[in-house]
Design a protein around this ligand. Structure first.
Ligand code: NI
Ligand code: MN
Length: 225
């Protein structure tokens, strides 16, 4: 499984011969200006919640690629009304897709669309595949619910928000990694806006001191599990 960071909370995951885009926010991200939204391939688009910085390019990519959306019921219905096909889920539920098993997990956050309409409750995703298992936390606070995850499956890579202010910050993300029982972390949701700028070296040091590895990818950079 290859995971490419496209800036902010946007990921491109290549798994089982399929391409999965998560939370596309590219055209509005000055730091990601070298990425062409129209050149992205996608078989699926996973959406954690309805905030602008997670959905901005959903319609563009979905219409360009015919990718299927996977999100909570309310978000899938919202895009269904725009003739974009999706698979609705809700918290705690799993479904076997052709690239792997997806579970929609709890997140402590909010989930309105930019116009204020209801975006269901926010979540994250576990993807279990023949190529390994990952947890994409979405925008969330540190939550005790994360302790349930290692009871359900062994996570090879946890993708956690670390920017603070709107989500947990680095210190809580270190605790989250303990809860998830995963020592390999990819940080996201940092640096994009003034509120979430972080010190990269200090963040890595904090994870290292806890016996964990924090990966911070350049935009367009990848790692493989
Ligand atoms: Ni959000
Ligand atoms: Mn966000």
């Amino acid at each position: 499984m290859k995971i490419t960071f496209l800036g902010h909370a946007t990921l491109q995951i290549e798994v089982s011969g399929k391409t999965v885009i998560v939370d596309p926010f590219i055209s509005g991200n000055e730091l990601a200006k070298d990425i062409d939204v129209y050149s992205l391939k996608a078989d699926y688009i996973l959406i954690t919640h309805a905030h602008q910085d997670h959905i901005l390019d959903v319609e563009t990519i979905a219409k360009n690629t015919r990718a299927k959306l996977v999100s909570n019921y309310e978000i899938v219905m919202h895009y269904g009304a725009k003739d974009i096909e999706g698979h609705p889920m809700n918290h705690g539920g799993s479904w076997d897709f052709d690239f792997g098993k997806v579970t929609y997990t709890n997140a402590i956050h909010t989930s309105s669309f930019p116009d204020g309409s209801y975006g269901g409750n926010p979540g994250g995703f576990i993807i279990e595949s023949n190529e390994g298992n990952i947890y994409i936390a979405g925008d969330t606070a540190l939550t005790m619910d994360m302790k349930l995850i290692p009871m359900q499956c062994k996570i090879d890579l946890a993708i956690l928000p670390i920017g603070d202010n709107f989500t947990m910050g680095v210190d809580d993300a270190v605790i989250a990694a303990d809860f998830i029982e995963c020592n390999r972390i990819l940080g996201y949701h940092f640096d994009t806006f003034g509120y979430i700028k972080i010190d990269h070296e200090e963040a890595k040091e904090k994870f290292k001191n806890a016996g964990k590895e924090l990966n911070l990818l350049e935009i367009g950079g990848s790692l493989t599990i």
